[in-house]
Design a binder for this molecule. Structure first.
Ligand SMILES: O=C(O)CCC(=O)C(=O)O
Length: 256
């Protein structure tokens, strides 16, 4: 079994679990070099008009900093291989109790100074058909610490939506939705992984260190919950981004 019975119980109780030292130092060095290669070789993709990219303001100056490639598998064979790695898929399938399908993957760079993420659950209440079995494996590339804005999860909230039923559009949640005493900062070393449920509320603080805090976030759904829907998901996701975009600016976004 890829997770022990104890780890599985912890996941069921808290909505997340940490598994240490899944990947070797040399595997992690390979992934680190891959992120550096992407920043160089794919520099021309990094553009606010490209739907693959997201930017985050600097927490003090407001300067827009490049933050995320979403998706990344099509420009990174190494990332694509990692999302199919049997150690990861084994952990996910132990939790799901059945075969898992890759749903989406994003490479977060979180450069020095980048603002954190407000409290949210990954499964949007407003999105019909979004798989309820969605979960994410967080693979830290740099050590994730409180200083550089590690992901912070809240234990025991993964059975329901926190957005009120009359505000299904509310993706970013008020902090009062959660009890601060149930917060766990996912301080992780390269090689560790954390797995958290799609309804586990989480947030992060700004990166107050002088370096990037890179992490690969890989999400899966159970095969019985819609099957392989990654392509369909990205089509729909980009459609939503496009309509949001067109309400903000006259420039036409593109995907490349
Ligand atoms: O990387 C972070 O700081 C948090 C990312 C996150 O919450 C998300 O992508 O849903």
């Amino acid at each position: 079994m890829a997770l022990t019975a104890c780890e599985l119980d912890a996941y069921r109780q808290h909505g997340f679990v940490v598994r240490r030292s899944v990947f070797t130092a040399s595997e992690m060095a390979g992934l680190t070099s891959e992120t550096e290669r992407l920043l160089t070789d794919c520099r021309d993709l990094i553009d606010p008009g490209n739907l693959r990219c997201r930017f985050m303001p600097h927490h003090e100056t407001g300067e827009k900093l490049f933050e995320v490639f979403d998706p990344v598998n099509d420009i990174s064979p190494l990332c694509a291989r990692l999302t199919a790695d049997e150690r990861l898929v084994g952990i996910v399938e132990t939790i799901m109790g059945e075969a898992a399908c890759l749903f989406k993957e994003k490479l977060i760079f979180k450069p020095a100074g980048a603002l954190g993420y407000n409290l949210h659950q990954d499964i949007p209440r407003y999105w019909p058909g979004f798989p309820r079995t969605f979960l994410t494996v967080l693979i830290p590339i740099d050590a994730a610490t409180a200083e550089n804005g590690c992901t912070e999860v809240y234990s025991g909230y993964h059975h329901e939506f926190l957005a009120p039923a009359d505000r299904p559009d509310l993706y970013m949640l008020p902090e009062e939705c959660v009890n601060p005493a149930r917060r766990v900062q996912l301080e992780l070393a390269p090689g560790d992984v954390a797995i958290f449920h799609g309804l586990t509320p989480h947030r992060s603080a700004p990166n107050r260190s002088a370096e990037m805090r890179r992490a690969f976030y890989v999400s899966y759904n159970a095969r019985s919950d819609g099957g392989d829907q990654r392509e369909q998901h990205y089509r729909e996701f980009q459609e939503r981004l496009r309509s949001h975009w067109s309400s903000q600016t006259a420039r036409e976004p593109y995907f490349r």
